[in-house]
Write a protein that binds this ligand. Structure first.
Ligand SMILES: Nc1ncnc2c1ncn2[C@@H]1O[C@H](COP(=O)(O)OP(=O)(O)OP(=O)(O)O)[C@@H](O)[C@H]1O
Length: 353
């Protein structure tokens, strides 16, 4: 979908190239995060893709077409662009800001209005309450949502996002990240997103390109593999401490082979044999209550199948138990995980899984 082929950018008067022969492929529908320290060339790379900056050498292909041969205005209609400072026009309403590109494309008023309302809905803002407001009447997080809506206005297949959640408080930032994931699951754009925040990269990226100076790729892989096996000292130190624990957040419990459990309804007793599947006491509706035996008086550690290994270990630690019941949305048992089975499921460092 997007291919950078030995692309370099040398700014006038600089001895070193800001981007030095970078080759990078981004597949259709995936989110690739460019991650790296300040000044390593992330923003320059992003702006080369939509030709806000012209490359000194190399080729950039969008769907096989060399972008340097496309009229820049036409190119930018195919590429949405979201930046940290948002850049909303202060004298225009929310609706006018979002509808800007569709209007320049000559859409009629009604189509623009419908598109604006649809996008406000998509980014979680009530159209009736927000379409007539001015940017100064919005919180930082709301402005950021409008920035995303505006970039999506003409339904471009590609989105470039430069620190889109950078200037926002941590709680709103987490919420915007969740919304981003929800929206991307629906619309499946091809996204290149710049951040220097490791947690954000791990959360949002299907793949992460870790850059060193000159936009040289230190590692380009899935978050899980980068966390499990950093390619070198630079990547390891940039990721910082806690990589193994962070990796656990990427693995949903439901993808593991669970140990079977046998539900024991009220009035019945678990079978006495010591071997075989573990019994779990359930109520009349089949919802898990507790383990039988000496542990049974205590709260039972439980996680839903859509939670992660991180949550499973956290539940075990909090309950001080070495087994966690895995339940469905109605709290009915699906199986169990032990501390040992979680450890066994982890990818080996350097391994392929
Ligand atoms: N217009 C410019 N003229 C000269 N040098 C520039 C220009 N823009 C960027 N640079 C230099 O190019 C290098 C890469 O900058 P770039 O903004 O791409 O890095 P970045 O990884 O996005 O950094 P940050 O995370 O701090 O935003 C830096 O050394 C920077 O000083």
């Amino acid at each position: 979908m997007i291919r950078l082929d030995k692309v370099s950018k040398r700014y006038p008067g600089q001895d070193r190239a800001a981007v030095d022969r970078l080759s990078l492929d981004v597949r259709a529908g995936e989110t690739v995060v460019l991650l790296g320290p300040s000044g390593c060339g992330k923003t320059t790379t992003l702006r080369l893709i939509n030709r806000l900056i012209e490359p000194t050498e190399g080729r950039i292909l969008l769907d096989g077409e060399d972008v340097t041969r496309v009229n820049p205005d036409r190119l930018r209609r195919r590429i949405g662009y979201v930046i940290q400072q948002v850049g909303l026009f202060p004298h225009m309403t929310v609706a006018d800001n979002i509808g800007l590109i569709p209007r320049t494309l000559g859409w009629d008023k009604r189509r623009v209005r419908e598109r604006v309302d649809h996008l406000l809905d998509l980014v979680g803002l009530d159209p009736a309450a927000f379409r007539r407001r001015y940017p100064k009447e919005l919180s930082g997080g709301q402005q950021q949502r409008i920035g995303v809506a505006r970039a999506l206005a003409a339904d471009p297949p590609v989105m470039l996002m430069d620190e889109p959640f950078g200037a926002i408080d941590p709680i709103t930032r987490e919420r915007l990240q969740s919304e981003f994931l929800g929206i991307q699951a629906k619309i499946r754009k091809t996204i290149v997103l710049v951040t220097h925040d490791v947690a954000e990269a791990v959360r949002l990226g299907d793949r992460i390109a870790v850059f060193t100076e000159g936009a040289r790729i230190a590692q380009y892989d899935t978050p899980a593999r980068i966390l499990a096996a950093p390619a070198d000292e630079f990547v390891a130190s940039f990721l910082g401490d806690g990589t193994a624990i962070r990796g656990l957040r990427l693995a949903p419990v439901g993808t593991l082979a669970l140990d079977p459990v046998v539900p024991v309804p009220p009035g019945q007793e678990p079978s006495a044999s010591g071997s075989g599947p573990r019994a779990v006491r359930v109520d009349a509706e089949g919802r898990v209550l507790r383990w039988p035996g000496p542990d049974g008086a205590r709260d039972l550690a439980r996680v839903r199948a859509d939670q992660t290994l991180y949550d499973a270990l956290d539940a075990m630690l909090r309950a001080r138990q070495d087994t966690v019941a895995v339940v469905d949305e109605s709290d009915r048992p699906l199986g169990a995980l032990t501390w040992a089975s979680v450890l066994r499921s982890l990818p080996a460092p350097g391994g392929a899984s």
